[in-house]
Design a protein around this ligand. Structure first.
Ligand code: DQA
Length: 155
């Protein structure tokens, strides 16, 4: 099944590799995206990506995904915890969105335990470092394959 997935990253994720490496690891966003592209290509899945530190640009990318993507892997960064505008944007599109975090947000500070976007996402992946994106990709790909052909195997 051929499909296209948007990997969308929010504020401060452009600094991965140097940012709080004890929490987020040393992989750069570039290297994470390269791994996702490689894994996606094995299944004929096309990836495009957007990173922005601005809420409005993330909303625009979600809107654009309506006609450009079959699914979205989305790490909203700190916006996860309070952006009702991003939550509304996700709820406004029919494209499935997987909320994705490098860290296990539930095991961190209290303010990170709340996600205002989880309820409008297909699912949540958190805590596997850079591999969270690969787990999200596998889950989303299988979901899309199953939707396209309910009796077909995803692999
Ligand atoms: C994060 C977790 C958020 O709480 C934080 O603000 C981030 C990164 C993660 O990937 O673990 O910027 O989304």
């Amino acid at each position: 099944m051929s499909c296209r997935i948007l990997v969308l990253n929010g504020p401060n994720l452009n600094l991965l590799g140097t940012r709080e490496t004890d929490v987020y690891g040393t992989a750069t966003l570039e290297s994470i995206l390269a791994d996702v592209r490689r894994a996606a290509a094995e299944h004929g899945v096309e990836i495009y990506d957007v990173q922005s530190n601005s809420e409005g640009e993330l909303i625009d990318a979600l809107h654009e995904a309506r006609t450009r993507a079959d699914g979205v892997i989305f790490n909203p960064g700190a916006y996860t915890h309070y952006s009702l505008a991003l939550r509304d944007a996700i709820a406004s599109i029919s494209v499935p969105v997987v909320e994705t975090h490098l860290s296990n947000v539930q095991a961190r500070e209290e303010f990170r335990h709340t996600s205002v976007v989880s309820a409008v996402c297909l699912g949540v992946v958190a805590g596997f470092g850079a591999d969270s994106y690969l787990v999200a990709l596998a889950a989303l790909r299988r979901h899309l394959a199953h939707q396209a052909s309910p009796t077909a195997r995803a692999d």
